[in-house]
Design a protein around this ligand. Structure first.
Ligand code: 76R
Length: 283
């Protein structure tokens, strides 16, 4: 087995460049059905209307979306994208103040930021700078990194600041890129991680048009390293894509997954229907 020094034998800095965009909060909640059903119909209607009126403009902007979740882990999931953590906390507070939240029991949540990993450009840049004899972390090195990041952030603006995609189904799950003490992605040289991530991207690209993915990074924010959101009009595509990726070297060896959540997108305007036991249309 390779020793730690052997697998770490690379001249290049280990950390790939990443771009961060929108702050993201997933909120899962169960409806307190017995208490909800006890309310008079007029009160239920007023409570649903208050929530829908708050949600509708955010939904139209693509900033917050409502999903009806399948299975016992949650009845509802809200996905919020905001410009900052302050924006996320404001959304959470505004929502908590709505009367519907008295009838919701949070079951879990997930805090992360939209992240684009730049393994390809990182490796190209690090090699270029090293060949020119520029010292890692010197002023010149940092300036070149900043310049690359600024250029990429501009080119990838739409992906960094997404609207919640419009597809009918979502699959959300958190994951890590290490398994136990022997299988640790972070001890691989950056060249090897770049190679594996490139192969991962190639598999993913075969699902273009069928599944839209948004990767959010959560190191330092939540219990796993990444949150994965997949959106599709055909939920079977989630299974096919994730199954195929299990055979990817990077997933087969290094991926560890948390709980999976699957749900159906619902229009804000359909909330009263949903809470009356009927699945509404998507927006
Ligand atoms: O962003 C890009 O399109 C560039 C290539 C790419 C990166 C950097 C990419 C492509 N992903 C990247 C990063 Mn991904 N992805 C997952 C999962 O089920 C599994 O095995 C893992 C869960 C899926 C289903 C998926 C789908 N990806 C990441 C990262 C960060 C890792 C890091 O930086 O070390 C994780 C955790 C992750 C996990 N990925 C794609 C997809 C799909 C469908 C694509 C192609 C997207 C496209 O080109 O449109």
């Amino acid at each position: 087995m390779a020793t730690r020094t052997e697998v770490r034998a690379t001249e290049l800095p280990a950390v790939p460049l990443t771009l961060e965009g929108a702050s993201c909060l997933h909120q899962m909640a169960r409806v307190r059905w017995p208490e909800w059903k006890k309310l008079p119909a007029a009160e239920r209607a007023a409570i649903a209307k208050e929530f829908s009126a708050w949600l509708a403009p955010l939904e139209a902007e693509g900033k917050t979306a409502l999903f009806a979740m399948i299975g016992h882990k949650a009845d509802l999931m809200l996905i919020h994208y905001r410009e900052s953590f302050e924006g996320l906390k404001s959304a959470e507070l505004a929502m908590a103040n709505l009367r519907l939240c008295d009838f919701l029991e949070p079951s879990t949540s997930y805090v992360s930021v939209v992240e684009l990993g730049l393994y390809d450009s990182t490796l190209k840049l690090y090699r270029e700078l090293t060949e020119k004899g520029i010292e890692p972390n010197s002023a010149e090195w940092k300036a070149a990194v900043d310049e690359t990041l600024a250029r990429q952030a501009e080119a990838m603006k739409a992906r960094l600041w997404p609207k919640v995609p419009p597809q009918r189904y979502v699959s959300f799950y958190p994951m890590n890129r290490l398994r136990g003490e022997d299988k640790n992605f972070y001890t691989l040289p950056i060249e090897e991680r770049q190679r594996q991530m490139e192969a991962h991207g190639l598999v993913g690209r075969r699902y273009a048009g069928k599944v839209q993915q948004i990767i959010t990074g959560s190191i330092g924010f939540d219990d796993w390293e990444w949150g994965v959101d997949l959106f599709s009009d055909d939920p079977l595509q989630f299974k096919k894509l994730i199954y195929e990726m299990r055979f990817d070297e990077v997933s087969a060896i290094y991926a560890l997954f948390g709980q999976f959540f699957v749900g159906v997108r619902c229009a804000a305007a359909g909330l009263d229907e949903l809470l009356a036991g009927k699945l509404p249309a998507k927006p």
